[in-house]
Design a protein around this ligand. Sequence first.
Ligand code: AMP
Length: 286
Amino acid sequence: MEIISDITETQDRCLATRASGQTIAFVPTMGFLHDGHLSLLREGRKRGDLLVLSIFVNPTQFGQGEDLDHYPRDFERDESLARAAGVDLIFYPSAEAIYPAGYATYVTVEGPLTTTLEGACRPTHFRGVTTVVAKLFSIVQPHVALFGRKDHQQLAVIRRMSADLNLPVDIVGMPIVREVDGLAMSSRNVYLSPAERQQALVLSQALDRGRQLVADGVREVAEVLAALHAMIDAQQDARIDYLLICHQATLREQERIDADSVLLLAVSIGKTRLIDNGSLLNPQDF
Ligand code: AMP
C-alpha cells in the first residue's frame, strides 16, 4: 500500500493507472475509520483495479464554531485498517496543499438540494463538500466513487454535481452501517458520554417508530412527525435541528408518505450533532 501526500504524484499515479486500462475505485473520507468507511472500501475493492482512499479533514466544509480543530484523527490506526481492507493508495494531503495561498475557486450546487436540511443549519457546508470532492475527483480520476447513504443529502448533492458537470465517474451509494443497538456509525460518536450515547439511540428508534406507523397505515407526514417530535423531545439532552420527510431525490418536503419518502433527522445530543435517515415505505434504503 502506498501513502502519498503530494497532489501531483497522486495524480500522475492515477493517470498512469487509467492509461494502462485499469479502473480506479475511490473512497473519500475524513479518516478516523469505522465499519461504515470499511464497507465502502470493501465494495470499492470489488469495483476497481486500484483502490484509492483519501483521508482529508476538509476545513471548507466546517462552519465557524464547528468541530474542525477537535475532529478525531488517528492516522496510524487508519493506515492499518486501510491495509487490511486492501487499499492500494492512501491520498493524505495537507490543507495547505489542497487550499494553497491564493486559492479562489469553489464549486456550488444551487437550490433546495443545498439550502434545506443540513444546508439550512450549515450554510457553507455543501460548498466545501462539492469543492473538495470535485478537486479529489480531478486528482484521483476515479471510474467509480463510493459514498455512504448515512449522508443522504451529501450523496444527492454529489450526484447532482457529477451529472451537471458531466464528470465521468459512477457515483455509488452504500447502505448505512449501524452499531448493534442501531446507532449509525460516525467518527463523531466518540464525542458522546456514556449517558449521551444511550440517548443517541433515539435517532434510530425514531426511524423505527416512523416505519412502524407507516406499516400500520399512516400516510400523513404531519401525524408521523408529531409522534417522532414527542419521542425525541422526551430525551433530556436531545435538541432537534430538523426532522423532516422528503422526496429521496429532490429533498422537497412531502405531505403524504409514498415509496420515495425518506425521513431525515439531525439531533444534537448535548454538544454532539448526529444525523440519520431512512426510507419509510420502501424496504430498500435509497
Ligand atoms: P466522513 O469520513 O464522515 O466524511 O465519511 C466518509 C464517507 O463514509 C461518506 O461517504 C459517508 O457517508 C460514509 N459513511 C460515514 N458513516 C457511515 C455509515 N455509518 N455507514 C455507511 N457509510 C458511512
